[in-house]
Design a protein around this ligand. Structure first.
Ligand code: ATP
Ligand code: MG
Length: 652
């Protein structure tokens, strides 16, 4: 596919630029000179960032790239992640500082200081040892968003065990596949967690998964909801085994390249892959990017990332980055609309959250629910607000800035992947003049570009494939147990370049705009059109809350654009009739050009999304092409496709 010349030249009409607030620019952690510093000596730059951490043995070499694409960072160095995230802050006199303000969905709370965290993590580490877990063993973790989740991860890191966190919404089959692939020795779970006002069970799913997973020796169960669970001989209760352990444990230094965790990608596109992250480089880049992109001032900021720890965003920006930096964070168990649709804003006001990180899917949901909900809460503490997971539509960016960021907080649109481990492309809040919808520039120390189908950089104004050109500290090291798959998936499309699988364009200033997955790009009458651009055009209509776009086979144009639209709650009037649909089609044509005009627009109540909140266009393509709907097992809500089919009998 050649996207280079034919990508739509104009990205919507939103041309405003947002300069950083003067005081933020003045006192920013990272200033413009960081780009030059890193460009002049990239490895020296990363070596300086690694000095944010405490190493028990210094490294001999920053990067060993003698056997590409298998990287080794900080060769010969030794450190312990739990020591860096917990103990050293206590040793520095910050034991009383809050690490997590935890908020349970029913309204119960727990406050964990760094000293509390050291005690809890030490006890959990001792318990794992008692249960026979040793350095290098794998531990599966299947927990809701309760403090025992980060505690378990850090306990693994403390003894050198490799964790594999599986999102608590996954099925028994999905859990079993991941346990098997990693040959995990124990699973840490709970009786359940709270979701949408009710206890939601987890243990039964683990029982089912583990019945077919012979590698598991024990199931360690946290009591959260108090609901009854079936007892098996392999089960042990957290409150029995962990609570009686010694509060003393000395973290075990491990090699910089020791496996810290495996995390399976969410499977938006295909079979989940076990992405392997290691120790020194991973912690260096998560700590640096959290410091740089959120401008974290650990003494005064309160930080909240609303992701689930089951995704990479939670690993890097709820657990490892913030704790390595000694931050105070909020950790929230539940859903945004329980008990009411203002819950998140209430939490921000309650804790005085100053740095906030969420996903476009959430932002669009809030737009749909209406402006008056956030307006009823005091959000004036917010000073930097971030986005991750999908391209953020310019309309959603501006709404986020206006209604959540009080019109002044910079929006940092952060592009990265499970595979990259940390943020790669993002504005710097004290430096960058933000453009709504653009991730802007690779961070200092990151070398990324947009190339055409021959791997040549496209000129400014051109579009193509996003690639990373030089290894980076938190890069995946391989796919667990599948070196060949690692090389094939990421390093074979273009010689010597990391292929991210996303389309992107460079605007006239050379700033980067993400255009969605390469697989989602549509070919209409010989023109490459990105789903992201058409979706953003639709969302820029005042009556549209969310939109998904797919290319459906068309006898005339090759592919035709089919759109699925959710109107805004406040839209009013007739949002079903022909006239409205025509208005939307004309709006897209006016915004992007006639070639991008959708052949068909369907008004739907919901869109199919993965459990991490990303639109599953594959299923919508089935609807658009009148096929029976494919595998829906990774959908967050399995009933959504029924709702859509009911609504669209004509689409069947
Ligand atoms: P799978 O690889 O299993 O299909 P996934 O790609 O959804 O799942 P993640 O690693 O969580 O799993 O997501 C990374 C992808 O999310 C990126 O490749 C990109 O497509 C998208 N993405 C993340 N952040 C942004 C962003 N700021 N702008 C645009 N796209 C983004
Ligand atoms: Mg992916």
């Amino acid at each position: 596919m050649s996207q280079s010349q034919e990508t739509l030249s104009n990205l919507l009409q939103e041309t405003r630029r947002f300069a950083p607030p003067a005081d933020l620019a003045e006192s920013a952690n990272v200033k413009a000179d960081a780009y030059e510093e890193a460009a002049a000596d990239r490895l020296g730059f990363w070596a300086r960032q690694a000095e944010r951490l405490s190493w028990s043995k210094p490294w001999d070499q920053v990067l060993d790239w003698s056997n590409p694409p298998f990287a080794k960072w900080f060769v010969g160095g030794e450190l312990n992640v739990a020591h860096n995230c917990v103990d050293r802050h206590v040793e520095a006199g910050n034991g009383d500082k809050v690490a997590y303000h935890w908020e349970g969905e029913p309204g119960d709370t727990r406050t964990l200081t760094y000293a509390d965290l050291r005690r809890e993590v030490s006890k959990a580490a001792n318990a794992l040892l008692e249960l026979g877990v040793r350095k290098g063993d794998r531990v599966a973790i299947y927990l809701p968003m309760i403090p025992e989740l980060p505690i378990s991860m850090l306990a693994c890191a403390r003894i050198g065990a490799t964790h594999s966190v599986v999102f608590g919404g996954f099925s028994a089959d999905a859990l079993r596949t991941r346990i098997d692939d990693a040959q995990a020795k124990i699973v840490i779970t709970s009786d359940g967690g709270y979701r949408r006002g009710k206890p939601s069970a987890l243990k039964a799913t683990v029982d089912e998964a583990v019945d077919g997973a012979p590698s598991i020796e024990h199931v360690l169960v946290v009591r959260r909801t108090g609901e009854e669970v079936a007892a098996h001989e392999r089960d042990v209760w957290w409150h029995d085994v962990v609570e009686r352990q010694s509060e003393e444990h000395t973290p075990e230094p491990v090699d910089a390249e020791h496996p810290l965790y495996i995390l399976y990608t969410s499977g938006t596109t295909g079979k989940p892959k076990g992405i392997l992250h290691t120790t020194g480089g991973y912690l260096t880049q998560t700590a640096y990017t959290h410091h740089a992109v959120f401008d974290l001032k650990p003494e005064t900021d309160v930080y909240w990332c609303s992701a689930d720890i089951g995704w990479v965003t939670g690993h890097s920006y709820i657990v490892y980055g913030p704790l390595a930096n000694g931050a105070t964070s909020v950790l929230y168990e539940g859903t945004p609309d329980t008990p009411h649709k203002g819950r998140w804003w209430e939490i921000i006001a309650k804790y005085g959250v100053s740095l906030f990180y969420t996903a476009p899917t959430a932002i669009r949901t809030f737009m749909k629910w209406g402006d008056d909900i956030p307006a009823a809460h005091d959000l004036s503490s917010l000073r930097v607000i971030g986005s991750v997971g999908e391209p953020i539509n310019p309309e959603a960016y501006v709404w986020y800035r206006e209604h959540i960021g009080a019109g002044g907080a910079p929006v940092v649109d952060t592009w990265w992947q499970t595979e990259t481990g940390s943020i790669m492309i993002s504005p710097l809040p004290g430096v960058t003049e933000g453009k709504p919808g653009a991730a802007m520039r690779p961070l200092p120390g990151i070398v990324a570009d947009v190339v055409d189908d021959r791997g040549e950089p496209v000129p400014n104004g051109g579009g193509g494939f996003l690639v990373v050109k030089e290894p980076w500290p938190s890069m995946l090291r391989t796919i667990w147990g599948d070196d060949e798959g690692y090389v094939k998936t990421y390093w074979s499309r273009f010689e010597g370049l990391y292929f991210a699988g996303d389309g992107a364009k460079k605007d006239e200033d050379g700033d980067l705009w993400l255009l969605g997955r390469v697989d989602d790009v549509m070919l209409v009458s010989g023109h490459n059109i990105s789903t992201t651009e058409v979706e953003s055009a639709l969302v820029s209509h005042p009556k549209v809350a969310e939109a998904a776009v797919v290319g459906a086979t068309d006898p005339v144009t090759g592919q035709a654009i089919v759109s699925f639209v959710i109107p805004r709650g406040s839209a009013g009037g007739d949002v079903e009739g022909e006239e409205f649909l025509k208005e939307l089609r004309d709006h897209v044509a006016k915004t992007l050009g006639p070639i991008a005009k959708p052949r068909q627009i369907m008004i739907v109540p919901e869109l199919p999304k993965t459990r991490s909140g990303k639109i599953m266009r594959r299923l919508l393509r089935d609807v658009a092409e009148n096929r029976s709907i494919g595998d829906v097992s990774t959908l967050a809500d399995g009933t959504v496709m029924d709702l859509i089919s009911e609504k669209l009998p004509s689409a069947k």
